[in-house]
Design a protein around this ligand. Structure first.
Ligand code: HEM
Length: 149
């Protein structure tokens, strides 16, 4: 019984150790952990690794800049990210995989206002990328037509 209680307390203290995304170090941790998972995900890794042949030494710091700009308005990212995605063989479902992985990484490491914002803004960006890819005719399967009646 005592053991169980102690374990519960330990779990609670582990739980309460989570903080919000507070600084550069936290952004770096988020980005590096997330792309670590991306590289373990068969589908996403096939796009990053085989197709795009990404240079992670360049991509990771670039993504840290991107997120530090979104979360802390550091002005460090000035790129236009959509165009990099246009030539990639991304399908609609890939954004769901990406988002699920990104959100679970945020939840695993952080909690708080900025963590929530990171999840919210990533969803919006993914939706916008997906719509633009669809409008560019990049998806194999068209959506079902909308029934107007
Ligand atoms: C299925 C989902 C996605 C895949 C497979 C994907 C893949 C890629 C790849 C292969 C690159 C090029 C990396 C390089 O050559 O250095 C890239 C760049 C980038 N991606 Fe994604 N991406 C996805 C979704 C997203 C989303 C949802 C966001 C934003 C929340 C995002 C933000 C970026 C940014 C900021 C860059 C860097 C663009 C630049 O060079 O300035 N990506 N992505």
């Amino acid at each position: 019984m005592e053991g169980t209680e102690r374990r519960e307390n330990l779990n609670m203290s582990k739980e309460s150790k989570k903080t919000d995304i507070r600084n550069e170090q936290d952004v770096t941790r988020l980005v590096h952990t997330f792309y670590g998972y991306v590289q373990k995900n068969e589908r996403l890794n096939s796009i990053f690794g085989e197709v795009a042949d990404v240079d992670w030494n360049h991509h990771l710091p670039n993504m840290v800049d991107f997120w530090s700009n979104l979360l802390f308005q550091t002005g460090r990212y000035k790129g236009r990210p959509f165009r990099q995605h246009l030539p990639l063989p991304i399908q609609r479902e890939d954004f769901s995989i990406w988002l699920k992985l990104f959100h679970s990484t945020v939840d695993e490491l952080f909690e708080g206002e900025r963590a929530r914002f990171a999840k919210e803004i990533s969803t919006k960006i993914a939706q916008s990328f997906s719509l633009r890819l669809e409008m560019a005719g990049k998806y194999d399967q068209p959506r079902e037509p909308v029934d107007r009646e």
